[in-house]
Design a protein around this ligand. Structure first.
Ligand SMILES: C[S@@+](CC[C@H](N)C(=O)[O-])C[C@H]1O[C@@H](n2cnc3c(N)ncnc32)[C@H](O)[C@@H]1O
Length: 281
């Protein structure tokens, strides 16, 4: 029987998982501006940061967006980054140990601020929050009147084959690998869904842009190893516990799924990303 999604258990696991993968995530992806992280500068540009702005980076992770924000602030500006993962925050803090850059371990569903920000940003975080409406409604309350909020989210499964080439076979052979109703990375990959969610929370003038970046994943073996130790890190023990036969079938089907993206033995995936800009009017 497929287990039902439990938001508290999900967050505890998510925190442990991000603590485990944060260094690899930072040095191999976010800090390199690899694949989807070509959006980092784009997201910060959309926020139109002024040097004296007070800026909140929700689910700041290891600080990819925060670094870019901080470059645009002067001493009168303030950067606050929040995230569930202490290991990720530690990496962010190392890069920006300055009085006006602050990083807190905080759940996005419990934003505890009693002042308002000029700008709020959240790159590749929204899809992980079980109660997105709660996050957005609170974000609106702590965003200045006429302030800007900016998001980046991944596209739909078929538009992000880095995720789906391996995840589809995993779901085919181990359908109960994830609890029923668990948030997926593709949750806001549909422009209309993202727009509706932002408007439901009271934001206006929502504009969403689709970007197609590319990601060089290397050989299939390199891709498989990277995926199993990053995206699939938390479910890897379950995959391994299913035995060699199932694992080989998943790997075989995954390889087939990558053929169309492979040239001279190397995989280059397209990677669709949506950026959203909204206002608090
Ligand atoms: C894909 S990373 C994005 C990090 C960063 N924004 C970036 O662009 O590199 C997702 C981050 O969301 C954080 N996260 C997940 N659920 C969260 C929650 N409920 N509250 C705060 N952070 C959360 C994770 O710890 C992780 O650092």
């Amino acid at each position: 029987m497929v287990a039902l999604f439990d938001p508290t258990e999900y967050k505890i696991n998510s925190k442990a998982n991000w603590n485990a993968v944060a260094p690899d995530y930072h040095y191999n992806w976010a800090n390199k501006h690899a694949g989807p992280f070509k959006s980092t500068v784009e997201v910060v540009n959309l926020a139109e940061i002024n040097p004296s702005d007070k800026v909140l980076d929700i689910a700041c992770g290891t600080g990819a967006v925060s670094t870019e924000i901080f470059r645009r602030l002067d001493k009168t500006g303030l950067l606050v980054g929040i995230d569930l993962s202490r290991t990720a925050l530690h990496i962010a803090k190392k890069t920006m140990s300055l009085p006006n850059a602050n990083f807190f371990e905080m759940d996005a569903e419990n934003l505890g601020f009693n002042f308002v920000f000029d700008k709020i940003l959240c790159q590749y975080g929204l899809m992980f929050f079980p109660n997105v409406n709660k996050v957005l409604e609170t974000a609106r309350k702590i965003l200045k009147h006429n302030g800007r909020i900016v998001f980046a989210v991944h596209g739909l499964a078929e538009d992000v084959p880095y995720f789906s080439s391996i995840m589809s076979p995993i779901l085919k052979y181990i359908p109960d690998i994830r609890p029923k109703g668990v948030p997926t990375v593709h949750r806001f990959g549909n422009t209309g869904d993202l727009q509706k969610e932002l408007e439901r929370a009271g934001f206006s003038n929502v504009s969403i842009t689709k970007h197609v970046f590319s990601y060089e994943a290397g050989t299939f073996e390199e891709y498989w190893h990277d995926y199993m130790h990053s995206t699939a890190n938390s479910i890897r023990p379950k995959i391994e516990s299913m035995g060699e036969n199932i694992r080989s079938q998943i790997k075989h089907d995954s390889l087939q799924n990558t053929v169309r993206y492979t040239k001279d033995g190397k995989i280059t995936f397209p990677w669709t990303v949506l950026t959203a800009l909204a206002h608090n009017t």
